[in-house]
Write a protein that binds this ligand. Structure first.
Ligand code: PMP
Length: 366
């Protein structure tokens, strides 16, 4: 039997663990920030029809530049943030925003270059940096998981990174950044600034999207995904908005025909049903705010959330609480700062199951 260690794998990959949250078959899955509502029967039918339509030409490669899909995504973003003034030339799409981020680092990072992020944040940013040969620099968020503009600028001036990552709303804390903090980073950064808005559609009323800043900032990239609010995680469709020159750079690194005809057709159909798919966002936001209130009423610490998940704690031994929840069929996520746990907002029935399991788990583990 050959083991991984017998292979001439890259030295820097030896001993590494693959990324991945446990995919367990339990009744209540609140661990990967998915939208709990499946597509309606009408949308399922429309998706089937769209796939049937492209099926007859699957002998051909897809549109390599996914122009029609990018135009639809631009329309969607213009509805989200009027004034962003986006067109297909300013939007790019790939298989999930993870692939978008990988392409950004292939184009703007790489050997001899650095990327900087403020932690705790999305753990794939440093992993993708590593895999693309980009050196990762770990700066810190504040105690309350926010980002003091002065400190952020100081970290950027010290390290002069080629790429800066800001996640807003941040995973796993839920914290959104005010536009002033993003503008301060843009003014100080010598290279590209990526604002990862995977959870952007869940933001609270007075939180603005970094899309607002695009017209003035050619080195700003805002990434989004259809995996979260859009309830299409299985489709694998992530995208970004940026200056057309940025898209030209990404064309240099993308693999030819990276987005299958099926993906493009499914994503375009989902976009045509955006109102239905995003119809659950208000419900999820309301459920999130109730959840924050309930957790606080239990005497727990809870980070303010602009996302579809909540970080709560603190537990001397979070693994015990996580396991006690799992024993009751509720899967949450052990992620982020050591004494905290993260729960994704589900349906109201799922949240009732969560509250009941946590009440028992807290008694048991005290
Ligand atoms: N960015 C953030 C902050 C995320 O939390 C996630 C998903 N966990 C992603 C990007 C990637 O999502 P996807 O590849 O499904 O678009």
């Amino acid at each position: 039997m050959t083991s991984l260690n017998d292979l001439p794998i890259r030295d820097d990959l030896r001993g590494r663990e693959p990324y991945g949250a446990p995919q367990l078959d339990v009744p209540v899955r609140l661990n990967t920030n998915e939208n709990p509502y499946p597509p309606s029967p009408e949308l399922v039918k429309a998706l089937g029809d769209a796939v049937a339509e492209v099926a007859s030409s699957l002998n051909r490669y897809p549109d390599r530049d996914a122009v029609a899909l990018r135009a639809d995504l631009a329309d969607f973003l213009n509805r989200d943030t009027p004034g962003a003034d986006l067109t297909a030339e300013r939007v790019w799409a790939a298989n999930g925003s993870n692939e978008v981020i990988q392409q950004i680092l292939q184009a703007f990072g790489g050997p001899g270059r650095t990327a900087l992020g403020f932690e705790p944040s999305y753990s794939m940013h440093p992993i993708i940096a590593h895999v693309t040969g980009t050196r990762w620099i770990n700066a810190q968020r504040d105690e309350d998981f926010g980002l003091d503009p002065g400190k952020a600028v100081a970290a950027i001036e010290e390290h002069r990174p080629d790429v800066v990552f800001l996640t807003s709303p941040n995973n796993p804390t839920g914290t959104a950044l005010p536009l002033e903090a993003i503008e301060a980073v843009l003014a100080a950064a010598p290279g590209m600034v990526v604002v990862d808005e995977a959870y952007g559609e869940f933001r609270r009323e007075d939180t603005l999207s970094a899309l607002e800043l695009l017209p003035e900032h050619p080195r700003l990239i805002v990434t989004r995904t259809m995996s979260k609010a859009f309830a299409m995680a299985g489709t694998r469709l992530g995208y970004l908005a940026a200056d057309p020159a940025v898209i030209e750079a990404l064309l240099l690194v993308r693999l030819p025909y990276h987005l299958s005809s099926v993906t493009q057709a499914v994503a375009r159909t989902a976009l045509a049903y955006a109102d239905e798919l995003l119809g659950s966002v208000d419900t999820l936001r309301a459920e999130r705010d109730l959840l924050v209130g309930w957790l606080r009423s239990q005497g727990l610490r809870v980070a303010d959330s602009d996302a579809n998940f909540v970080l709560f704690g603190t537990f001397p031994d979070r693994r015990r609480v996580w396991q006690a929840m799992l024993d009751r069929g509720v899967l949450i996520r052990e992620v982020g700062p050591p004494q905290w746990l993260r729960v994704t907002v589900g349906t109201s029935a799922e949240m009732a199951a969560f509250r009941s399991a946590l009440t028992t788990a807290l008694k048991e583990t005290q």
